[in-house]
Design a protein around this ligand. Structure first.
Ligand code: AMP
Length: 440
């Protein structure tokens, strides 16, 4: 499959060439024709599958062919609603990139920054608006945003909207939209409330799914370390002292926890920064930028702050604390192994977190390999004494972190060195299903 085979117009093909995209990802190959034929779409796909281009490319193509009104400023004809500013910025950049040879204008709006530049742009006319829910509602209320001419609506990461408590705002936005429109709905998971929302806002949608929700990419090398809470700090420091870990995103459950990890790491001479909701927008952007450019090797994040982090070079994800919602595990480790590259996901699990691990393994349908050969291994309280004995003897020898000595792709191998080209997607390892194309 090629982009040419998808009947895309020359200005878009040219832009994709500049981006270095040689072939569509599975979600793109399936979604683009559906959207170009004006159908509603229900896309089950998570970030990292190329879903942004799956909606951005056909939106650009359809709007490019859609005549503008003869008088007045350009009306907003496409709205993309997404949960976080980071995602909004990335989607905005994607529209800029793929639409660079069209005359279409895309604008991003999100909260936490002055609205002045956003409202200036809106006054000049915008074809495609990419927004987070709160700021969008503010600007609708202030009459800067008019949606009566809207033709296409994208709800991005619907399940995250629910997790983050935005579902009420999303419903409010939907009441503002013309009923005659094309709607594209994307969600990595389909909990009942999201399914209900999809049922109410989509008309005869065609469903496209890449990778079953619960699966975790096979190219991500997952492992779990049983370690008591008090030893997690020392284990993380030991592991991050391995320079083969080029870039690590460390997940904490709370903002306080994230700050504490940063303090511990910095205290041990490992530069690290935290991103979470208490940090200013500027501080978050600076940390993220530092991480993207490689200046900063270790970033510590809470789940909400990490949404939408799009870093192709991310080699390691650490779950310092396991999430209590199993889907969050899938989202977290999906930050690595992006765009066809390999990645390593390491989880620390203390005795209280064992039930979370069980839930995660149930969801992903497999057991995560346990690494026992490390100095802080703990089987839990019952066998604690025996393990303490074992750990002591291990500490005397050379530190080993794997239970499979011959395995080369360890959490400590210079994984990044073998990273594949950005254009190699997981189409060979991931299952792609078009569950209801028969409905077309
Ligand atoms: P997304 O799932 O939209 O966040 O995209 C994940 C990453 O894949 C982004 O960095 C995109 O720039 C990249 N990407 C999207 N489509 C393609 C493609 N067809 N070929 C190569 N890279 C792509």
């Amino acid at each position: 499959m090629t982009f040419e085979g998808l009947n895309l117009i020359e200005p878009i093909l040219k832009a994709l060439k500049t981006e270095g995209y040689t072939e569509p990802t599975p979600i793109q190959a399936q979604s683009i024709p559906i959207v170009l034929e004006h159908h509603d779409l229900l896309g089950c796909a998570q970030t990292g599958t190329g879903k942004t281009a799956a909606f951005a490319i056909p939106i650009l193509q359809l709007l490019n062919a859609d005549p503008l009104p003869e008088r007045g400023p350009r009306p907003i004809r496409a709205l993309i609603l997404t949960p976080t500013r980071e995602l909004a910025i990335q989607i905005g950049e994607s529209f800029q990139a793929y639409g660079r040879h069209t005359n279409l204008r895309a604008q991003v709006i999100f909260g936490g920054v002055s609205q002045k530049s956003q409202t200036d742009a809106l006054r000049n006319g915008v074809d495609i608006l990419i927004a987070t829910p709160g700021r969008l509602i503010d600007l609708i209320n202030q009459k800067y945003v008019h949606l009566k001419s809207l033709k296409m609506f994208v709800l991005d990461e619907a399940d995250r909207m629910l997790d983050m408590g935005f579902i009420h705002d999303v419903r409010r936005v939907i009441t503002q939209l013309p009923t005659k429109r094309q709607t594209l709905f994307f969600s990595a998971t389909m909990p009942p409330e999201i399914q209900k929302l999809a049922d109410t806002i989509l008309k005869d949608p065609i469903k496209v799914a890449v990778t079953p929700v619960a699966s975790t990419a096979e190219i991500i090398d997952q492992s779990v370390y049983f370690v008591e809470k008090k030893d997690k700090k020392a284990l993380l420091i030991d592991m991050l002292n391995d320079r083969a870990i080029r870039s690590a995103l460390v997940f904490a459950r709370t903002k306080h926890g994230a700050n504490k990890i940063v303090k511990d790491l910095v205290g041990a001479g490992i530069p690290a920064e935290a991103i979470h909701g208490n940090k200013s927008q500027n501080a978050r952007q600076a940390a993220l930028q530092g991480f993207k450019t490689g200046r900063l090797r270790v970033l510590v994040a809470t789940d909400i702050a990490a949404r939408g982090i799009d870093i192709d070079a991310l080699s390691h994800v650490f779950n310092y604390e396991l999430p209590n919602i199993p889907e969050t595990y899938v989202h977290r480790i999906g930050r690595t192994g992006r765009a066809g590259a390999s990645g390593v996901a390491i989880s620390f699990c203390d005795s209280e977190e064992r039930p979370y691990l069980r839930d995660i393994q149930k969801l992903i349908g497999k057991n995560i390999p346990v690494v026992t050969l490390h100095p802080y291994h703990s089987e839990g309280e019952v066998v604690h004494a025996a393990v303490a004995q074992k750990s002591k003897s291990q500490q005397t020898g050379q530190k080993r972190y794997r239970d499979e000595p011959s395995r080369s792709n360890t959490g400590f191998s210079p994984n990044g060195a073998s990273r594949q080209s950005k254009n190699r997607f997981r189409s060979t390892t991931r299952s792609t299903t078009n569950t209801s194309s028969g409905k077309r």
